[in-house]
Design a protein around this ligand. Structure first.
Ligand code: NAP
Length: 292
């Protein structure tokens, strides 16, 4: 298929690489020039990338970035063609997603929200899970592209329901990781090393995918970004905004938001969100170590 891929960050670049590997014709664009995908045509603007495309696939930071890529100067809008499909793998606001979808629908263009879970490793290994909202038949047409980049597609309902489900997934990741980080901090303070505690966690009902993914990085004290803290912070805000709109109270997430506010003030935005641990360590006066 002819695909315009917009946004070549941690996730987008590997996704575009996997589309090329699967034999799709990709034109790629990134806001900051210099990021390229071997085997793809580099486009100077989103409009240029989208001109001949059957599918426009986005993976950019946030709601504002998606709006700019679609409707800003040099955005996709003038290149919209009847029958085209826009797919958004960024994590953004469900209500803004509905507005963007309505705006392109007036031009005969379908819109599918397809945020992902699986992080950097999932993007690199084409094992992402897509959390999708949109028309079933349109999603089926996209199947070869989903297959090239991921291992599973879960349809949550009509357009914007993928984003809604993604927000509640990240709500859980943020809370589970914070629980893990608090447990490691207290354990260390009480004299139990992380390397001793971890096999117990993994043998028990506390075991989780979040801990499986993050523990090796934490034990190596590698806080380079797989999922940057600034993006998890953004997702916490999106979930709290959606909760406010729906008149739902989320006291756990509100508390975790405060930790992220403080971590951002400390300058941790571009580290992995796992670096929230270092804030807890600072407060407790300990450093979590794998042990001997
Ligand atoms: P990233 O490495 O920070 O990349 C962000 C991309 O968005 C870059 O290509 C950036 O361009 C572009 N961008 C930012 N603002 C823009 C704007 N105003 N206009 C156009 N392009 C803009 O982020 P990522 O980790 O790939 O994440 C991308 C999306 O996937 C986010 O919504 C994130 O929440 C979601 N996500 C990430 C993960 C993960 O583990 N990393 C997992 C699931 C979902 P420049 O190069 O010019 O800055």
């Amino acid at each position: 298929m002819r695909v315009a891929f917009l946004g070549l960050g941690i996730m987008g670049r590997s996704m575009a690489v996997n589309l090329v590997k699967a034999g799709h014709e990709v034109s790629a664009w990134n806001r900051t020039p210099g990021k390229q995908v071997e085997g793809a045509r580099s486009a100077a603007t989103p409009a240029e990338a989208a001109r001949e495309a059957e599918v426009v696939w986005m993976c950019v930071s946030d709601t504002k970035a998606v709006e700019q890529v679609l409707f800003g100067p040099d955005g996709v809008e003038p290149s919209l063609n009847q029958g085209m499909v826009i797919v958004d793998s960024s994590t953004i606001s469900p209500s803004a997603t509905r507005q963007f979808a309505e705006r392109v629908r007036t031009r005969g263009v379908d819109y599918v929200d397809a945020p992902v879970t699986g992080s950097k490793i999932g993007a690199e290994n084409a094992t992402l899970i897509f959390i999708v909202g949109g028309d079933e038949a349109v999603i089926e047409r996209l199947r070869p592209l989903f297959d090239a980049m991921g291992k599973q597609v879960f349809r949550m309902g009509e357009t914007s329901k993928g984003q809604a489900a993604k927000l509640v997934m990240n709500l859980q990741i943020a809370l589970i990781y914070e629980g893990f980080a608090e447990a490691l901090t207290l354990a260390t303070k009480l004299g139990v090393e992380a390397g001793t505690l971890l096999p117990l966690i993994q043998a028990s009902m506390i075991r989780s995918g979040v801990v499986d993914y993050k523990a090796p990085f934490v034990l190596k004290r590698d806080f380079s970004p797989n999922f940057p803290l600034r993006l998890m912070h953004k997702d916490i805000h999106l979930a709290l905004d959606a909760a406010r709109e729906a008149r739902v109270k989320l006291p756990g997430l509100e508390t975790v938001e405060e930790v992220y506010d403080l971590a951002s003030e400390e300058g941790y935005q571009d580290l992995d969100y796992a670096a929230t641990l270092t804030l807890l360590e600072k407060w407790a006066g300990v450093e979590v170590k794998a042990g001997s």
